[in-house]
Design a protein around this ligand. Sequence first.
Ligand code: DON
Length: 566
Amino acid sequence: MRIVLLSLLLCVVTACSQEKVPAADITPPVIASQQAVSMPDTFAADAAMAVLNEGGTAVDAAITAQFVLAVTFPEAGNIGGGGFMTIYMDDEAAFMDYREMAPAAAHRDMYLDENGDVKTEESLFGAKASGIPGSVAGMWEAHQRFGKLPWKRLVQPAVDLAKNGFNVPAKLADHITRYMARMEEQGISSNFEQFFGEAAAAGVLFKQPELAAAMERIRDQGKDGFYEGETARLIAEFMAANGGLVTEADLRSYQAKWRSPIVYPWQDYKLITAPPPSSGGVAVAQWISMLNEVLKQQKLPDQNSTAYIHLMSEIGKRVFADRAEYMGDPDYVEVPVQALIDPEYIQARASEVNPDAISVTEEVKPGLYESPDTTHFSVMDKWGNAVANTTTINLSFGSGVVVEGAGFLLNDEMDDFSAKAGVPNFFGAIGGTANEIQPGKRMLSSMTPTIVLKGEQVKLVTGSPGGTTIISSVAQSILNTLFFDMTAEESANSPRFHHQLWPKDTIAYHEGLDAAVVSELEAMGYTMKQSNFGDVHLIKRTDKGLEAASEARGRGKAMVEEAPLD
Ligand code: DON
């Protein structure tokens, strides 16, 4: 259906509008389309584009990218973590939740000392910080439902890169060097250097034989090549020897879940975005629709002006108050999604926004509705299907420990739970009972892989890393692209800002934001903190075709290619 429509459309703008030519000169028109990838590194971009060129779907390309990033982007790419994949395929919206789960032995107070204080380092570093990884199960389920090329073909590039090695990009070498220095400074002991120390030099050919063997097991045995057998045994042994909780039984019980994405009308568009256990979809929907409400009373301020940033910050306060109170794993707590994005609720919340001054933080309560490393990539195939995928081991290089014998880093996702009500986690997010630790529960996330449709056509595929700042990055990438009509490149690289209620009246902002705007916001009473959060990778459809862009600060690569339609 999609192919027919697209062919018809192309026919209208190309072949069918040509003047009549003598019959002998008529060669069958090559109906071309476009395909695009926007990836956090060149290895993933090239491997994903090769899959598209072989006739793979956006989901096929995403699976390859996920596994390649587990080899070439160790700070966030992973098989030891989890994530979310938002899919729009053959006019169907789907959402794959492959978020980590708390192991069976986890309990609410597991990170508290005898005085009831949070032992932060335990939920951030070392084996005890890890939840049960979900990435391999997520890719497997996505392939079962939407895959076209064989699984083995899709995993092979990761095997090759781990086995034969890749030349370490300067930015990765630099990242590893800084990470090792920080670990030493903080007296954290881990086997990280033993596995990644060699990659601290730019240009060196870095091979990962243990990871290659783990990838081969995934290639040959699918999901069972990770959750059963050798790899499962290695994970469980490593955990037992290092104070971690994940067992072979935990690994066997892990389930990736298909969930209904949040589908939310906004302007002339429809957002397809992340439902709980992500807070991101609700938060982005609230943010951009509250802005709409406010704009019924006043005119749209210029993008990134003082008035705009203040307005967005006022809205952000309300978004994050709701996040802290109501959001958690929907398999364990009731999350009032519909109520939180209900138009009347949004209208009421928007009416609390003060356009001229900062509203008092302590007075911003959850509404009464009558509730630094992850990575993201975006893909569009030649049929117009799209994938937005955000994946993480939480902080850069996760828990900082590597499964011996299997060569991959484990996540420190347990820190995304609320270790104690009201005590902020690494990202400054606070939470209560909705996000407390329970065995088998998924920790609340901010990851928000998002696809925006106009009618049935994908207009935008977007997402970003950055913990709680993901919500701002995604909301602003949507507004920049579709509201302020920026090109993909402008949208990905326009300075962003973030306000999350606490710390009080504090705005994080990107380098490059107008200095006068920063001073004006300070004069209003905001504390302004420069911080280059996020790494947006987006694809935009314009009337002329696709545009793809990766934020310039990172080491991403975005490309659009012509593709013959079959
Ligand atoms: O799921 C979440 O919201 C976090 N674990 C994401 C962490 C992250 O984005 C770190 N990136 N810079």
